[in-house]
Design a protein around this ligand. Sequence first.
Ligand code: ZN
Ligand code: ZN
Length: 384
Amino acid sequence: MTFACRFPRSQHLVGVVAVITVACNSGGTGGSPYISTDSGFDAGLRSGFWLKGDLHAHSLHSTDALDSPVGDVFAKAEELGFDYFSLTDHDNHVQGNITTWADPAYRSDKMILLYGVEWTSGRGHANIFGTKPYDYAPLWATHDAGDGATAIAAAHAQGLSFFINHPASKDLWECGFDLDFDGMEVWNALFAFVTSNSVAMTQWESILMSGRRMTARGGSDSHHQKDLESMFFNIGNPTTWVYAREKTAAAVLEGLEAGHVSIAYAPGAERLDFTADTDLDGRFETMIGDNVLGRDGKMIRFKIDIAHPRAGTTYRVAVLKNGAPFDNWESQDTTLTFEDTPAAASRSHYRVELRGPTPEAPPVSAGAFGDLIGLTNPIYVSFP
Ligand SMILES: [Zn+2]
Ligand SMILES: [Zn+2]
């Protein structure tokens, strides 16, 4: 395979094309039509919405968050412009008798609400989400033994989504990575300060390399609205963007499980978008989380868009292919394209990371945020 980037780094790039091979065959695709409704490209291909929110947060229904009434957290979430939200209080702090959902303040006229709990076992933590309150007893029954496999089966039996949390933190995930969970938290709180995030990213890539599609999501794990912690970060750090076909809780969970997910360091930050034109018809019909079939060994054109950009910002954009650095640019441009021909008769996956200034971070903790603005889930090629 030959590689020739037409433009050097640090050059202002418009529609940069990094030509990897020139095998220009057209053919079928398993990708789905796609539209991004808030940035205007490829209108008409797929209708839906990028929705932002936080999938990991605590309130006074957790005994380590007693200074955070539900109403305060919800007011903050609405102030930040969240489209969806879920509290995920610790199950063991209420002995499995989930009290969060019955709190009169667990309501919103502005946000889509999910119903979450943090399965807080001695062998790992996980957030379990539903579109409405659910029977937690079967989940609680697995808590003491830290039986992840049975917990996941119990969640799925009720149609719930099971996402493991901070898998490499001090409360690490010890139940195994070959279990049937629906996704994992790779970005917990501040990316650079919680060094386990980089380990979680490595674990995620290992799963992807094994040939399993796996949604990566963020979660602030915010516990406090009033004390010191809230000066350093709050809900929305990071923010998880989910592409949903409609503005409902079911569509949010559907988009989440499908991997239509982009993560950003803050609610007001840039959102990375990543699409592909797999049949070279000029329409970028494939989006993050899609699995392209029948295009291995054939050229695919990819496009990176930075939604909600900041004027005058120089961004560092990196593409990772199969877990390894593939290409990168330093540019003020907000749209970049490149091409590649994934190897024939094998699977490939591509994802994007965006680095640069993080002015939405509180100055007191900007260093702990690091320079990671956002990251995408992969576009998959020829995965099972
Ligand atoms: Zn936890
Ligand atoms: Zn937590």
